[in-house]
Design a protein around this ligand. Structure first.
Ligand SMILES: Cc1cc2nc3c(=O)[nH]c(=O)nc-3n(C[C@H](O)[C@H](O)[C@H](O)COP(=O)(O)OP(=O)(O)OC[C@H]3O[C@@H](n4cnc5c(N)ncnc54)[C@H](O)[C@@H]3O)c2cc1C
Ligand code: SF4
Length: 519
């Protein structure tokens, strides 16, 4: 590790991997530093007890959370590929209007800022990343879909029974449901580089794919980058960025297995540790002390104001036990005429029912027991509500706690504002209506209190007075430091974030290596 790397990338999620790929393609020497390890593609991958209850990939480093539900400590999963390994593969583009909400909220000091780029700036990178991730979908059927120059990489499979029931009910209500674009390999060798095709099992969202049919980064982009020469240093924690003047020159690292500390040297540093760990790393490296943007590091955290509506049916809903996270509904994306609050709201999607072991462990007695016993009669719809950026919602460092490696523990404070909660209620009403039409006799609402869609803690923008990063995601005041995970987003939009993180990372990488190439 004594050499100077052209590019050191911290984190192998959507941001880090998609920034690394073009850099290595341009002939640069790229090192990816990742605190997780490669997941095992064996029986444990689909074992609910090992993955969800015993938490096989649980990080040893916690986050402290202060939310309206009180104080808690969470331990994220960690792996090479980041959250993509455990994610649900829904691959949605942000809508054109998401890049500028000023027509709804105005331009006051408290209003959500417009992005410094527009949809058209990201469109070619969305095209590219959909191909890289082998997204299956149908263009032209999502009523709020932004313009696209290229179709999806593949056709999706037919709806399974629960998805068909939801789509039919939504259509009867005059809505325009469509097949959810998914980064899943349904086409074996052709689109999957010899990997096995999806067998449409019931353990996708929350689990690694045992047969590597989910097109997560650990089986797609990262191996591609490795074939071009990128090196992956797994089980390695980036502990501190070392600054020399206006440049990051070294990254202090810890081997998570041995606690051995060492340094890697770099010409350019790309931080992509996720929207909680990235600001924590910047703060613990003293970058929060830089004026004027340092004070904004960690602020404006968003996580979507999401929830599930569970429909209970008087019959088994999925007798074939097939994967069914397949339907998208965006008819209420921009709100609903005559209904509060003013838009945008977000979208409704089919969601896989979780395994009974998980429901039991989460719900306890009696809710968990009842849920686990009746889950074969459930259909879930998830409401993904856009939440607004607020400066008090933030990542800081807990002054009282260190993790097992002696690193400061991130302290996350988050509360939804009234508008966020009203958006979720409005989406709940619409999802419940669809489930009633589909035949559900009881509809139960369950807020999601996780940070799985966390974004926004190092927002980009046109001025260091109001943003941490410049429009190219370079840290204001630092020559060679970029942040490319979900932290860069000034607003959350109302769809899943991964495709936008990935497309933006490609956009930033294109600019970075043009710069480096010129150096
Ligand atoms: C269960 C689940 C389901 C989801 N489903 C969907 C979906 O269907 N569609 C969608 O679009 N989004 C989904 N998401 C959200 C999506 O996965 C995330 O938005 C996205 O993966 C975030 O990418 P990222 O690059 O910002 O960060 P991450 O994926 O979090 O990557 C950050 C990486 O950095 C590593 N890291 C952290 N700190 C350090 C350090 N100090 N040193 C070295 N490495 C470090 C982490 O281990 C991690 O690998 C889901 C998330 C979850 C948890
Ligand atoms: S549904 Fe398909 S992609 Fe998902 S875990 Fe099962 S086989 Fe893998």
């Amino acid at each position: 590790m004594g050499d100077v790397w052209d590019v050191v990338v911290i984190g192998t999620g959507f941001g880090g991997s998609l920034a690394a790929l073009p850099a290595v393609g341009a002939g640069l020497r790229v090192l990816l530093v990742e605190r997780g390890r490669w997941v095992d593609r064996d029986d444990s991958a689909w074992d609910a007890t090992q993955i969800l209850v015993e938490r096989k990939y649980r990080s040893a480093s916690p986050y402290r959370m202060h939310t309206r539900f009180g104080r808690s400590t969470i331990y994220p999963d960690e792996a090479v590929g980041g959250k993509s390994v455990f994610y649900g593969a829904a691959s949605m583009r942000f809508r054109e209007q998401d890049f500028d909400l000023t027509s709804t909220f105005g331009t006051g000091a408290d209003a959500p800022p417009a992005w410094p780029i527009r949809y058209t700036d990201l469109a070619p990178f969305y095209d590219e990343v959909e191909q890289l991730l082998g997204v299956s979908g149908v263009s032209g059927v999502d009523p709020t879909e932004p313009p696209r120059a290229r179709g999806y990489a593949h056709e999706p499979p037919a709806y399974s029974e629960p998805a068909r029931r939801v789509a039919q009910a939504a259509t009867t209500l005059g809505l325009r449901p469509f097949p959810l674009p998914l980064a899943i390999n349904y086409h074996g060798g052709a689109g999957g580089e010899g990997r096995q095709s999806c067998v449409q099992c019931m353990t996708c969202d929350l689990f690694p794919c045992k047969i590597s049919a989910k097109n997560d980064l650990a089986v797609t982009v990262i191996p591609q980058a490795q074939r071009s020469g990128a090196q992956v240093l797994h089980s390695t924690i980036a502990a501190r960025l070392v600054r020399t003047g206006d440049a990051i020159t070294e990254v202090e690292c810890i081997d998570a297995r041995t606690q051995h500390r060492f340094v890697v040297r770099c010409r350019l540093c790309i931080v992509s540790a996720g929207a909680i760990a990235s600001p924590a790393l910047l703060l613990s490296s003293g970058l929060g002390d830089l004026e004027p943007n340092g004070a904004l590091v960690g602020r404006y955290l968003m996580r979507h104001c999401s929830g599930i509506v569970i429909g209970l049916f008087p019959f088994p809903t999925n007798p074939a036990r097939r994967f069914h996270k397949q339907v998208g509904i965006t008819d209420f994306y921009h709100g609903h005429e005559g209904d509060e609050p003013r838009g945008p709201w977000g979208m409704i999607q089919g969601l896989q029912t979780p395994p009974p072991e998980f429901i039991l462990a989460e719900g306890g007695f009696p809710i968990g027991v009842i849920g686990a016993r009746t889950v074969h009669r459930h259909i879930y719809l998830i409401c993904i509500g856009q939440d607004l950026p607020q400066p008090e919602n933030r990542v800081a460092l807990d002054p009282a706690r260190r993790d097992a490696y002696g690193q400061p523990v991130p302290l996350v404070r988050h509360r939804y504002c009234r508008h966020d909660l009203a958006v979720r209620r409005a989406l709940y009403r619409q999802a419940a209506r669809i489930l009633r039409e589909a035949g559900a006799v009881i509809r139960v609402r369950k807020p999601i209190n996780t940070f799985s869609h966390v974004v926004g803690t190092c927002r980009f923008g046109a001025s260091p007075e109001t943003a941490v990063l410049d429009p190219w995601c370079r840290f204001y005041g630092m020559r060679n430091l970029f942040v490319v995970d979900g932290s860069f987003m000034p607003t959350s939009a109302g769809v899943n974030p991964s495709l936008t993180i990935a497309a933006n990372a490609l956009r930033v990488a294109a600019a970075i290596h043009e710069r480096l190439g010129a150096a």
